[in-house]
Design a binder for this molecule. Structure first.
Ligand SMILES: NC(=O)C1=CN([C@@H]2O[C@H](COP(=O)(O)OP(=O)(O)OC[C@H]3O[C@@H](n4cnc5c(N)ncnc54)[C@H](OP(=O)(O)O)[C@@H]3O)[C@@H](O)[C@H]2O)C=CC1
Ligand SMILES: CC(=O)[C@@H](O)[C@H](O)COP(=O)(O)O
Ligand SMILES: [Mn+2]
Length: 355
């Protein structure tokens, strides 16, 4: 298989699954963490490696190293692997998603931004999503009549902070997720609840319904629930590890134990909470975004600019959601007829939010 983003949180978990099931790794794609990449090369012996920057090529212990976006697309096109795991972060993941689909590969998709911005142009025939909540929904789906779907949120790093203190929180505090160990960008998205907004859009494209909502479950052990028309509800419960969604996305069917089952006596109790707009201002536009999913490209572009500014100490935590809400206000009726429109609007929104 091809692993895009092998040095990230999902990439490392993907290689854990590859090790466990003895899967062949033909291509590794990473950004700038060359030390970890070299360890992965030594263990998995890929045929080709792609990194982000030309100047790092000399540091990579491999004969066949390329750099940049077009090299990622070439690696997909010129590979024998049937499966591509896309664990890149952000808008950068969209072209590789489209390329993998075009080349007829099976796509194990962690890069949720691909669906957020361009869900209507993504052919899902050969696609499995790697996201704990959507894996949960997929796992729960049976031949009963579904009424609505519910995903859970942890509440993020600041769920228990006094709202008045959110103005001055630090980057370090924002990166302390209560339950999951993930990359920086998604950890900030989780703290602002933008991650859950993205996941509602992701679910809309994956399951073709708008009867979707989210609630906080503070332990991240219940990932998804399905309400059936008969009045019953089922819940997907699993320990907080991405190895289960990744294994299913790559292998389709898994009969070996992957995780330790949740011991409900150990857990003792669950706590559920409403997602309040005063703590998570992005939630004000939830209904608007679900009824106009083309807004995905706007919120994604604005959010990527804002998160990057926050992580570079240029703005405060509360400004992240302010920038996204302002962009949605400015670009509230994006016209998207083809994939080129997505790149155009992405650029326009980024320029607006940068200035
Ligand atoms: N982490 C999780 O548990 C979950 C993540 N997701 C989604 O999965 C995706 C990945 O998330 P996560 O693993 O947390 O992110 P990370 O930030 O941990 O990893 C991102 C990966 O992309 C690589 N990368 C970044 N820029 C480039 C570039 N220009 N060229 C090549 N490679 C690049 C990074 O390389 P390097 O580090 O070497 O610079 C790294 O390998 C995101 O879309 C996220 O929303 C979804 C559900 C759960
Ligand atoms: C592991 C995973 O799927 C993440 O998307 C996780 O859900 C993020 O945590 P939040 O629930 O805090 O957004
Ligand atoms: Mn998730």
């Amino acid at each position: 298989m091809i692993v895009l983003g092998s040095t990230g949180s999902i990439g490392v978990n993907t290689l854990n699954v590859a090790r466990k099931f003895n899967l062949d790794v033909e291509v590794l794609v990473a950004g700038t963490n060359i030390k970890l990449l070299n360890e992965q090369i030594k263990e998995f012996n890929p045929k080709r490696v792609v990194i982000a920057k030309k100047e790092h090529i000399k540091d990579v212990n491999h004969q066949n190293v390329f750099f940049g976006e077009s090299a990622i697309l070439d690696a997909i096109e010129n590979s024998n692997s049937k499966t591509v795991v896309n664990a890149l972060v952000g808008f950068l993941g969209l072209k590789p998603t489209l390329k993998a689909i075009k080349c007829g590969k099976k796509l194990a998709l962690a890069n949720k931004e691909s669906l957020v911005v361009a869900g209507k142009f993504i052919d899902q025939t050969n696609l499995s999503a790697i996201d704990s909540e959507h894996f949960g929904l997929w796992y729960l789906l049976q031949n009963k009549k579904v009424d609505s779907m519910l995903i859970t949120a942890s509440g993020g790093s600041f769920r228990d902070y006094d709202i008045n203190d959110l103005k001055n929180v630090s980057i370090k505090e924002a990166l302390e997720h209560p339950n999951w160990s993930m990359g920086n960008k998604i950890t900030i998205d989780s703290a602002t609840m933008t991650n859950k907004m993205f996941e509602l859009l992701e679910a809309k494209w994956l399951f073709n319904t708008r009867k979707l909502d989210a609630i906080i479950e503070t332990k991240s052990l219940i990932h998804a629930l399905i309400n059936f028309t008969d009045g019953s509800t089922t819940a997907h419960i699993a320990n907080a590890s991405m190895q289960l969604p990744i294994a299913y996305a790559i292998l389709g069917k898994v009969e070996e134990p992957i995780l330790k089952p949740v011991d409900l006596l150990d857990v003792a109790s669950f706590e559920f909470k409403k997602i309040e707009e005063n703590r998570y201002p992005i939630w004000q536009i939830k209904d608007e975004v679900l009824s106009n999913p083309d807004l995905g490209v706007v919120i994604n572009a604005a959010n990527e600019v804002a998160v990057s500014k926050f992580l570079n100490s240029q703005i405060g935590f509360l400004d992240v959601s302010k920038i996204t809400l302002d962009a949605v206000n400015r670009f509230n009726k994006p016209i998207i007829n083809n994939i080129d429109d997505i790149y155009e609007i992405d650029k326009e929104v980024r320029n607006y939010c940068e200035s």
